[in-house]
Ligand binder design. Sequence first.
Ligand code: IPE
Ligand code: IPE
Ligand code: MG
Length: 250
Amino acid sequence: MTDMIKTNDTAGQAVRLPRHIAIIMDGNGRWATRRGLPRTAGHKAGAETFRRIATYCKNIGIQYLTVYAFSTENWKRSADEVGAIMALLKKYLLEAVDTMERDHIRLHFLGDMSPISPELRALARETDEITEHLSIDDFQANVCLNYGGRDEILRAVRQFAADCAAGERTPEELDDALFSSYLDTRGIPDPDLIIRPSGELRLSNFLLWQCAYSEFYFTDALWPDFDEAELDRAIAAYQKRDRRFGGVKK
Ligand code: IPE
Ligand code: IPE
Ligand code: MG
């Protein structure tokens, strides 16, 4: 499959892989309900899909994979469901702490971690420390946890305003690059390709600032059913897009 992705286009030019893929991991609940299982079984299956797709991304040479795991709005769900998602995250993090150095996987969390349990926060800090020791060229997975695009922008604005009040910044110096440096995604290039499975055609508060020139790909597959072939299709679609960034094609 990877060979197919990396083949040349008709003009003989090497077809570029997206450097950064972002995925809204949606459809776990429906996947479980259709099987007569509790929604939490869908989250468990979805966590396996994440593991599989992250490995695949790394193997085919994607540099950044950002996944939406839990939004600022997902607290509206039952305590049971929220608890099950947090437990899965803990399990994954414990494994990651043991294996990320060996596998050269940088792991980073995006979102407001303050309402997350101290245990999970400590694990996330640990993965950040391990990430620091890995090479910047190693594959990086970003997990959005208690993440909302609006919340991220508000936190950035609050911090910038505080820096201005402290005399460290002036409003006039604020530009694209400086504002980006206040976001959770500082240092990470904007996503080239955003994928949403499960048939929903919306962003649900995902990467609102960063998606300005992202290419979008939607598929009806539910996240637990999403596989390498689905990712290949999304990448193939991306490679047919004409990205102009507001310019005119030469
Ligand atoms: C995505 O799957 C996971 C989270 C939002 C935490 P859902 O749980 O939203 O699954 P559906 O959309 O109800 O099928
Ligand atoms: C978006 O999915 C959030 C995550 C996948 C983590 P939701 O299921 O929460 O989004 P809506 O409610 O369908 O917009
Ligand atoms: Mg959903």
